[in-house]
Design a protein around this ligand. Structure first.
Ligand code: SAM
Length: 275
């Protein structure tokens, strides 16, 4: 397809640099620049914004972010084969693309964050997507260093991220995300949008941080949600038995006959604070 930025089509870039997709690296590339622009646009106004991207690969989303006016993109890529292709984008946008070769799970994004607004936008490798999201929701300081997260997940994971009480997909991830952020699914992408196509539908999720999340200790909240959702069909008096069971629930004014999926994020925080 015609490029929006005068750079060569992504198929040519992939062929020239021998970037055959590696499954172990979660490589499902977006080659249609209309789609990468749509993802980039979901992140909002990028002028004056530094964008952190994880896994730029051959650079389809990176190019969209730069073409849409991001002040700078700092991209972390594990696959060294992609670096020459990304260097061509860097040369096309002098001073606006910094590529860090490395593992995003080991990258301290918080200390890399420059002055000024930061947004995180990525078509994530699915095998590490949830862990990266949890890391970004748990920075050392709150409000966090990012203004928003715009991330591609498998649709099933997206549903768990945005789920609220009484949803089928509500669980530990929904409680954690709901505690720290407001999350919404923006649009779905069919497997055919990617090369090679994954087995499942994908979805873009947009998260913005809550200014003042309820005070709550993460370790306690995790302990609680693990016990409660570990046996989600049981009444809370049984699933939370080892953490105080009926007595704990009564102190919080919560009916011990309720089940985990009916508890709001606020109620989980309230219980965690009583542990
Ligand atoms: N952004 C590109 C696109 O949209 O076409 C590629 C997305 S592909 C789903 C995921 C990318 O993440 C790949 O380029 C892969 O090499 C990279 N990747 C995989 N594991 C990584 C890790 N631990 N740290 C950084 N990048 C990683």
């Amino acid at each position: 397809m015609a490029a929006l930025d005068g750079l060569p089509p992504l198929r040519d870039v992939i062929a020239r640099h021998g970037l055959d997709a590696k499954k172990a690296l979660g490589q499902n590339f977006l080659l249609d620049l209309n789609i990468t622009q749509k993802v980039a646009r979901s992140a909002g106004d990028l002028s004056d914004v530094t964008v952190f991207e994880v896994g730029p690969g051959p650079g389809g989303l990176t190019r969209a972010l730069l073409a849409l006016g991001a002040k700078k993109v700092i991209a972390v890529e594990r696959d060294s084969r992609c670096l020459p292709a990304l260097a061509e984008i860097s040369a096309h946008y002098p001073g606006r693309l910094e590529v860090i070769e490395g593992d995003a799970l080991k990258t301290d994004f918080e200390s890399l964050a420059p002055e000024g607004p930061v947004r995180i936008v990525a078509n994530l490798p699915y095998n590490i997507g949830t862990q990266l999201l949890i890391n970004w929701l748990m920075p050392r300081q709150w409000p966090p260093f990012w203004q928003s997260l715009t991330l591609m997940f498998q649709k099933e994971v997206g549903e768990r991220i945005v789920a609220q009480e009484n949803d089928d997909h509500y669980g530990r991830l929904g409680v954690l995300c709901g505690w720290r952020a407001e999350a919404q699914m923006v649009f779905d992408l069919s497997p055919q949008a990617f090369t090679p196509p994954p087995k499942v539908t994908s979805t873009v999720v947009h998260l913005t941080p809550r200014v003042s999340p309820l005070p709550c200790d993460l370790a306690k909240l995790e302990k609680l949600t693990q016990a409660a959702f570990g046996q989600r069909r049981k009444m809370l008096r049984a699933s939370l038995k080892s953490l105080g069971g009926e007595a704990l629930l009564t102190r919080a004014g919560i009916d011990p006959a309720r089940r985990a999926e009916t508890l709001s994020v606020e109620e989980f925080c309230q219980l965690a604070n009583l542990l």
